[in-house]
Design a protein. Structure first.
Length: 140
Protein backbone atom coordinates (compact mmCIF):
# COMPACT_ATOMS: atom_id res chain seq x y z
CA UNK A 1 0.00 0.00 0.00
CA UNK A 2 1.13 3.52 -0.68
CA UNK A 3 1.33 6.20 2.01
CA UNK A 4 0.37 9.81 1.25
CA UNK A 5 1.51 11.22 4.59
CA UNK A 6 4.89 12.53 3.38
CA UNK A 7 3.53 14.66 0.50
CA UNK A 8 0.69 15.78 2.80
CA UNK A 9 3.28 16.87 5.37
CA UNK A 10 4.99 19.05 2.77
CA UNK A 11 1.63 20.55 1.74
CA UNK A 12 0.67 21.36 5.34
CA UNK A 13 3.97 23.10 6.06
CA UNK A 14 3.65 25.08 2.81
CA UNK A 15 0.14 26.20 3.81
CA UNK A 16 1.27 27.33 7.25
CA UNK A 17 4.32 29.19 5.92
CA UNK A 18 2.26 30.97 3.24
CA UNK A 19 -0.78 31.99 5.31
CA UNK A 20 -0.71 35.63 6.40
CA UNK A 21 -2.61 34.93 9.64
CA UNK A 22 -0.18 32.23 10.75
CA UNK A 23 2.88 34.20 9.60
CA UNK A 24 1.68 37.26 11.54
CA UNK A 25 1.90 35.20 14.74
CA UNK A 26 4.90 32.90 14.18
CA UNK A 27 6.82 34.45 11.24
CA UNK A 28 8.60 31.61 9.38
CA UNK A 29 8.65 29.33 12.43
CA UNK A 30 6.43 26.50 11.09
CA UNK A 31 8.29 23.21 11.33
CA UNK A 32 7.63 19.61 10.39
CA UNK A 33 9.18 18.64 13.72
CA UNK A 34 9.47 20.71 16.89
CA UNK A 35 13.08 21.82 17.41
CA UNK A 36 14.86 20.43 20.45
CA UNK A 37 15.18 22.86 23.30
CA UNK A 38 17.93 21.92 25.72
CA UNK A 39 21.25 23.14 27.09
CA UNK A 40 23.20 22.15 23.96
CA UNK A 41 20.81 23.51 21.33
CA UNK A 42 19.80 27.17 21.79
CA UNK A 43 16.14 27.71 22.65
CA UNK A 44 13.90 28.16 19.64
CA UNK A 45 12.30 31.53 19.41
CA UNK A 46 8.70 31.34 20.53
CA UNK A 47 5.97 31.17 19.38
CA UNK A 48 6.16 28.44 16.76
CA UNK A 49 4.04 25.78 15.08
CA UNK A 50 5.07 22.19 14.40
CA UNK A 51 3.57 18.96 13.17
CA UNK A 52 2.92 16.49 15.95
CA UNK A 53 1.76 12.88 16.08
CA UNK A 54 0.14 11.39 13.03
CA UNK A 55 -1.71 8.23 12.11
CA UNK A 56 -2.11 6.79 8.62
CA UNK A 57 -4.99 4.46 7.83
CA UNK A 58 -4.64 2.78 4.46
CA UNK A 59 -7.53 1.32 2.54
CA UNK A 60 -8.59 0.48 -0.98
CA UNK A 61 -7.48 -2.04 -3.57
CA UNK A 62 -4.14 -2.17 -5.40
CA UNK A 63 -5.78 -0.50 -8.41
CA UNK A 64 -7.57 2.13 -6.28
CA UNK A 65 -5.47 2.92 -3.23
CA UNK A 66 -6.40 5.56 -0.69
CA UNK A 67 -5.40 6.62 2.78
CA UNK A 68 -6.74 8.67 5.64
CA UNK A 69 -4.18 10.72 7.53
CA UNK A 70 -4.75 12.20 10.98
CA UNK A 71 -2.18 14.82 11.97
CA UNK A 72 -1.90 16.94 15.09
CA UNK A 73 -0.57 20.45 14.54
CA UNK A 74 1.03 21.86 17.68
CA UNK A 75 1.12 25.55 18.59
CA UNK A 76 3.74 26.54 21.17
CA UNK A 77 3.68 29.79 23.14
CA UNK A 78 5.55 31.23 26.10
CA UNK A 79 3.41 34.38 26.37
CA UNK A 80 1.59 34.74 29.70
CA UNK A 81 -1.78 33.00 29.77
CA UNK A 82 -3.42 31.17 26.89
CA UNK A 83 -4.36 34.04 24.58
CA UNK A 84 -1.45 33.73 22.13
CA UNK A 85 -1.76 29.93 21.94
CA UNK A 86 -5.50 30.20 21.21
CA UNK A 87 -4.89 32.83 18.53
CA UNK A 88 -2.33 30.53 16.91
CA UNK A 89 -4.77 27.62 17.06
CA UNK A 90 -7.49 29.71 15.37
CA UNK A 91 -5.06 30.94 12.69
CA UNK A 92 -3.99 27.38 11.86
CA UNK A 93 -7.62 26.23 11.58
CA UNK A 94 -8.47 29.21 9.35
CA UNK A 95 -5.40 28.60 7.16
CA UNK A 96 -6.34 24.97 6.56
CA UNK A 97 -10.04 25.73 6.05
CA UNK A 98 -9.14 28.22 3.30
CA UNK A 99 -6.51 26.05 1.64
CA UNK A 100 -6.77 24.00 -1.53
CA UNK A 101 -3.35 22.34 -1.40
CA UNK A 102 -1.70 20.14 -3.96
CA UNK A 103 -0.52 16.85 -2.50
CA UNK A 104 2.01 15.49 -4.96
CA UNK A 105 0.96 12.14 -6.41
CA UNK A 106 -2.39 12.15 -4.63
CA UNK A 107 -5.89 13.55 -5.04
CA UNK A 108 -6.94 15.38 -1.89
CA UNK A 109 -10.53 14.32 -1.30
CA UNK A 110 -10.97 15.94 2.10
CA UNK A 111 -9.00 18.24 4.41
CA UNK A 112 -10.64 19.12 7.67
CA UNK A 113 -9.14 21.01 10.60
CA UNK A 114 -10.96 20.71 13.84
CA UNK A 115 -10.39 22.40 17.14
CA UNK A 116 -8.17 20.67 19.57
CA UNK A 117 -6.92 21.14 23.08
CA UNK A 118 -5.08 23.87 24.94
CA UNK A 119 -3.02 22.98 27.99
CA UNK A 120 0.04 23.96 29.97
CA UNK A 121 3.20 22.12 28.99
CA UNK A 122 4.96 20.14 31.74
CA UNK A 123 7.88 22.61 31.63
CA UNK A 124 5.68 25.12 33.48
CA UNK A 125 6.50 27.96 31.03
CA UNK A 126 4.93 26.89 27.75
CA UNK A 127 1.31 26.75 26.60
CA UNK A 128 0.56 24.02 24.08
CA UNK A 129 -2.44 24.28 21.76
CA UNK A 130 -3.30 21.48 19.36
CA UNK A 131 -5.32 21.29 16.13
CA UNK A 132 -6.63 17.95 14.90
CA UNK A 133 -6.44 17.56 11.11
CA UNK A 134 -7.96 14.83 8.97
CA UNK A 135 -7.09 14.33 5.30
CA UNK A 136 -8.44 11.72 2.91
CA UNK A 137 -6.23 11.02 -0.11
CA UNK A 138 -6.74 8.92 -3.20
CA UNK A 139 -3.86 7.82 -5.38
CA UNK A 140 -3.66 10.04 -8.48
Amino acid sequence: MKDGSLPLQAALIAILRANAGVVALVAARSYDRAPQINAVVPATEFPFVSLGPEQVLQFGRPDNEACEVHVQIDCWSRAPGRVEAKKMQAAVIDALDLATPTVTGWLLKQLRARGGRVMPDPDGRTTHAMVDVKAVLGLA
